[in-house]
Every structure is written in structure tokens, then in C-alpha cells.
Ligand binder design. Structure first.
Ligand code: ZN
Ligand code: ZN
Length: 603
């Protein structure tokens, strides 16, 4: 969830709800056969979400729920007290339900609601980023959302936009009161992001006003409000730039907070120390396997290969193992598509992946739900690559798109460097990860057991872990058994592995920038620009970089455990389909439910 969102003081009629459920519970206990409590839990969930949106209107708008579009909550003690009251009251309401009597879908929803509420309490009482992270305060995204959306007429949206602007000055004044010893990194980020958002009020809003026929008076009033909003943002930025901050807080979270945040955000069955040690071990194993492959490929590419220039320069085989791996990777990266073939190469690969999955019987792919491939929309332009856009939880009829970037207009060097990164091999792994059987396939399965709770609080570690798992699974199933593909895959897998090592080391072990760049460039074979970008990211985020490797490890370990337990009865296709049937829940709960459904005793 987005902890940037703040709330208004709202009294929620929870007492009524609690009474209702207490009487239900009594009935259940008195009756001989316990009645099904799932319908009551469904009612509770619907009420919970209604309350959630009242407390977090910005989040609601972002998810496509527009009842509270006109409201901007001022982030102060009162709003935080309201969030805490909401969370504590709902934790109490949850206790009324006996989780063992809930359906599998509701069990995981129960745990995910509980975790969300505890996360809110932890964020306010312990993490306290509202004190040290000035980039928590930024209104432009939510306002831009109102202009982009087409859920209502432009007239209605602009009037909501205007009402929402009324609190912007108070919003930033409250922000200044909250902030105390901010980190330098988050202060700089806040300055950049807030300045970047000004155009929403200065340009986008005014452009939209020109498309409607409001009266002159109303229009002038709205334009004046927009000018006031811009002033409030600029005042905030100036305040950040000139504030005296002699003892800024470190951007490093520290072990205690990091461990807790890891538990709330990732919800892993492993502790963060276990994951960190697994990542170190995994990196070591990858390096060993990569060395064996690179050593074998050296002759093919540098001695017998057609690369005359290499022979003329009489390149000698490096004695350093990492150097040797790097040179072979660089050489193999030269096999890539032309800039104008980037999109068509991606499109052509999807049916190939589907055919392979069918042939090897890896997982059922619903043929009635083909992925709609499209050129990425303008507002995403410049990122290239490929990504999945799924409709929001309130947009049931929306299409799921595979956005494919275009390299047109890129200068030659930039395009070449990008295409080497997304070379012939990596491009296929990217398609597996993003589309089939990665994110897209997971999404199709999760839609079969619809849950608004999972759509909103979907576990990032399960979602990313699945995509990372499928890369490995496809290669293990023989998708491309060439040493080149395996070497490239290992390099790709090193990225998520080193993300975890980096995040943990920086936030809990004081890793400095020099050592971080060594890890990413020398040990994970990344370009300097990519490594610099990752360093910047790790200084302004915490834990998020761990979700890929953690989810991957949990799913992979679980599969291997089941293989042992089930022996000859293990079936890969059944494992995949059963695993995905629980939706985007934390792997540790899926594991528990799956074992119980498969009648495997917990160990
Ligand atoms: Zn090239
Ligand atoms: Zn992903």
C-alpha cells in the first residue's frame, strides 16, 4: 500500500458492526452444526473496504474508486489518530471470526487485512517516515489521475479537482510541521518530484479547463486556485532547500526497523537473515556455474569464432574468473535484434512460449484470454522494455495489455547499449517473466478466485517471485538448453539475488557506495549506469528490492520440498495450477493451505 496517503478525521460506525458480529458468533457456538461464517466475512470485507476508502481517499482514487475524489486530507496528528483508530477497530473486528472456519480464499484475505492494519500502525508509531521522508508529501500524482481518468465527464472531474485543491496549502503547511531531521536523499527526491508535479496545475489542468464551457467566474476562480496550489508547492520546495538540517537522519533504516518492515512488506516464511544468507550462497553458486560455462565457451567465441578482430588483437584468456565471465557475456550480448525489430520480436515470441508450455504440459493457458499486445502508450514512453497493464479492481471489463516499448528516436549508442542488455537471450527471459507463464499467466489465474482484498494488497513477493520462478522453470523444462542461454539466465538471476544482498547490506550493515558498485558491476556484471541507478534507488527505498529473490526462493524451495514428499505422485503442471489458484497471497500461507489440501502433514 501507499503510505503516502493520509486521512481525514472520520467517525466510523464500527460499534454497530461489532455488535452484529458478536451476536452472529454466539449463534454459531450454540448451534449444533456451525453455520457457514463465510457470508458474514464477505460482508465484513465489503464494509472494511468502504471504511478504508474514507480514510485513504487518494489511494481510493488511484484504485479507480472515485467517491472521494474531491477530498484532500491534511496530514497531521488528527489524521494519524484517525488511521490508528480505524486500524485498531478493524483488528478488533477481525478477532470475531474464527479463521479456521473460513474458506481458503477468505483465510488468506483475513491474514492480508490483518497484516495491512498492523502495517499502518507500525508505519505511524515506529517507522515514522512522515518525519524523515519529505517525499511522502506530493499531491500531483493524485490530481493527474483525475485528469487522465475517463470514469466521469470532464466537467465533474474538473470540479472535483478544484474542490480537492482547497486543502493544498494546509497540506504542505502540515508537512512542514511533521518533518524533523529529514534524510538528505529523501529531501532531494521530494524537491525533484514536487517540482516535476507543478505542470499538472500550471499546464494540464488549464489545458483541460479550455475543453469545457464553464462560466467566466467559475473558470477564473479555478485558475486562481491552481495558482495558489503552485505557490504552496513552490513554498514547500523552497523551505526544503533552505531549511537548517545540521544533523540529517541517515537514509539507512537500521536493523531493527528493517527487520520489522521486511516482515510486514514481504510476509515471508523466512527471516530476513535467512534470506540474506541464502542470497549470498546463491550468488556463490551462480558464479561457479557461470565460470564453468564461460570457460567452456571461451574457445568457441575467442579462438575458433569468426570474430577476426578479437584474434588480431590476440585477446588472452583472463585468469580472473569474474573477468572471464564478463568477457564471454559481453561477446554473447552482441546477438540482438535491430532497433526497429524490437517490438515485432517480442510479439513473435509469445506464441512460441505458449506452444512450448502446451507441448511440455507445464500449466494450462486459457486460450479464451489472449494477451493484447500494444505499443506502449505515450505516458509510458521512453522506458522501452515491456510491461503488463492490468485493469484496476473496479474496472472488470478492462483489457490486460502487454505494453511493448519502441526505440524509435533513440540515439544510436543508447539503442545499441539497450539492445545488448536485452539481447537475443535476455529478451526471451523478459517475455517469460512479464507475460507467459510469468505475470500475465499469474494474473489470469488470480482473476479466477476474485478477491478485492488480494487485488488491493496483493503480495509483491509472491507476484514477483512467481515471475522469477517461471524463468528458471522454463529453462529447466528444456526451453533453450544452450550454454549461452544458461549463462545469460544466470546473469539475469544475479540481478535479483544482488538486489537482496545490496538492500540488506546498505540498510543494516552500513555498506558504502564503493562496495555497492563493486557488487553490482564486478560481481553482477551490470553496466555502470544501471549500478548507479540502483544505488540511488536503494537510498530512497527499503525492503522492496528483496521481494524478487525472496519470493523466488520460497516458491522454488516449496516445490522441491513437495517433490520429496510426494515422490512419484508429484506433477509439475498440477503444482503450478494449484499454487496459482490461491491468488496473490503470501507464499507462506499458500504453502500451508496447499499442504493441508493435499493432505500433507505440516512438518
Ligand atoms: Zn550490436
Ligand atoms: Zn516482475
Amino acid at each position: 500500500m501507499n503510505i503516502k496517503l493520509r486521512s481525514i478525521l472520520l467517525i466510523i460506525p464500527l460499534a454497530l458492526l461489532v455488535i452484529l458480529f458478536f451476536s452472529q458468533k454466539k449463534q454459531t457456538n450454540n448451534s449444533v452444526a456451525a453455520s457457514d461464517i463465510n457470508p458474514q466475512f464477505d460482508i465484513y470485507k465489503a464494509n472494511f473496504i468502504e471504511q478504508l476508502w474514507a480514510v485513504y481517499p487518494l489511494w481510493a482514487s488511484n484504485q479507480g474508486y472515485h467517491k472521494y475524489d474531491s477530498i484532500l486530507i491534511v496530514p497531521n496528528n488528527a489524521s494519524r489518530a484517525n488511521e490508528l483508530a480505524f486500524s485498531n477497530a478493524n483488528l478488533d473486528s477481525l478477532k470475531i471470526f474464527d479463521v479456521t472456519l473460513l474458506s481458503d480464499n477468505n483465510k488468506t484475505d483475513y491474514y492480508m487485512i490483518e497484516n495491512q492494519l498492523k502495517t499502518i500502525i507500525f508505519s505511524i508509531n515506529e517507522l515514522k517516515s512522515y518525519e524523515w521522508n519529505p517525499s511522502d508529501y506530493n499531491v500531483s500524482g493524485a490530481f493527474a489521475e483525475i485528469l487522465i481518468g475517463n470514469y466521469d465527464s470532464l466537467d465533474v472531474r474538473l470540479r472535483n479537482f478544484n474542490l480537492k485543491m482547497a486543502n493544498i496549502t494546509a497540506y504542505y503547511e502540515a508537512a512542514k510541521k511533521n518533518i524533523n531531521n529529514p534524510t538528505i536523499e529523501h529531501s532531494l527526491l521530494a524537491i525533484d518530484q514536487n517540482l516535476g508535479g507543478i505542470s499538472v496545475f500550471e499546464k494540464d489542468f488549464i489545458d483541460s479547463l479550455n475543453k469545457v464551457t464553464f462560466g467566466e467566474h467559475e473558470r477564473q476562480m479555478m485558475e486562481a486556485n491552481a495558482r495558489e496550489s503552485v505557490k504552496a508547492i513552490k513554498r514547500y520546495v523552497l523551505w526544503l532547500k533552505t531549511m537548517s538540517n545540521k544533523t540529517p537522519r541517515s537514509f539507512r533504516l537500521g536493523k531493527d526497523l528493517y527487520e520489522k518492515k521486511f516482515e510486514f512488506d514481504i510476509q515471508s516464511g523466512y527471516t530476513v537473515d535467512q534470506i540474506y544468507n541464502k542470497a549470498l550462497q546463491h550468488k556463490k553458486g551462480l558464479h561457479e556455474k557461470m565460470y564453468t560455462i564461460a570457460d567452456n565457451l571461451w574457445e568457441k567465441y575467442f579462438v575458433n569464432g569468426e570474430d577476426v578482430s578479437a584474434k588480431l588483437k590476440s585477446i588472452t584468456k583472463p585468469t580472473d574468473t569474474l573477468q572471464l565471465i564478463k568477457q564471454v557475456i559481453d561477446k554473447i550480448s552482441e546477438k540482438h535484434v535491430k532497433p526497429d525489430e524490437f517490438q515485432s520480436a517480442i510479439e513473435q515470441q509469445l506464441p512460441v512460449l505458449t506452444d512450448f508450455i502446451l507441448k511440455k504440459d507445464l500449466i494450462y493457458i486459457d486460450p479464451t484470454k489472449p494477451l493484447v499486445v500494444r505499443k506502449e502508450p505515450d505516458y509510458m514512453a521512453g522506458v522501452a522494455g515491456a510491461s503488463i497493464s492490468a485493469p484496476g479492481p473496479y474496472d472488470k471489463n478492462g483489457n490486460t495489455y502487454y505494453n511493448v516499448g519502441s526505440l524509435s528516436g533513440w540515439d544510436k549508442d543508447k539503442a545499441e547499449s539497450y539492445l545488448r542488455e536485452y539481447n537475443y537471450y535476455i529478451l526471451q527471459i523478459l517475455n517469460i517473466h512479464e507475460a507467459i507463464p510469468g505475470h500475465y499467466t499469474q494474473l489470469v489465474y488470480s482473476n479466477q478466485s476474485p478477491s478485492l482484498i488480494k487485488a488491493l494488497f496483493g503480495n509483491s513477493s509472491m507476484i514477483e517471485g512467481w515471475a522469477v520462478y517461471t524463468e528458471r522453470m522454463m529453462l529447466e523444462s528444456g526451453y533453450d538448453n544452450s550454454p549461452e542461454m544458461w549463462l545469460m539466465y544466470f546473469k539475469w538471476n544475479l540481478r535479483s539475488t544482488c538486489n537482496t544482498i545490496l538492500d540488506y547490506s546498505v540498510h543494516t550493515k552500513n555498506m558504502n557506495k564503493k562496495d555497492a558498485l563493486h557488487l553490482l558491476i564486478d560481481e553482477a556484471f551490470q553496466q555502470k549506469s544501471e549500478a548507479e541507478g540502483k544505488w540511488k534507488r536503494v537510498t530512497v527505498t527499503q525492503v522492496q528490492l528483496c521481494c524478487y529473490f525472496t519470493g523466488f526462493t520460497e516458491i522454488y524451495d516449496f516445490r522441491e520440498e513437495l517433490k520429496k514428499l510426494q515422490g512419484n505422485n508429484f506433477n509439475l503442471k498440477q503444482f503450478h495450477e494449484k499454487f496459482l489458484s490461491y491468488g496473490s497471497a503470501p507464499v507462506k500461507y499458500i504453502k500451508e493451505l496447499m499442504k493441508s489440501d493435499l493432505k500433507i502433514k505440516p512438518n
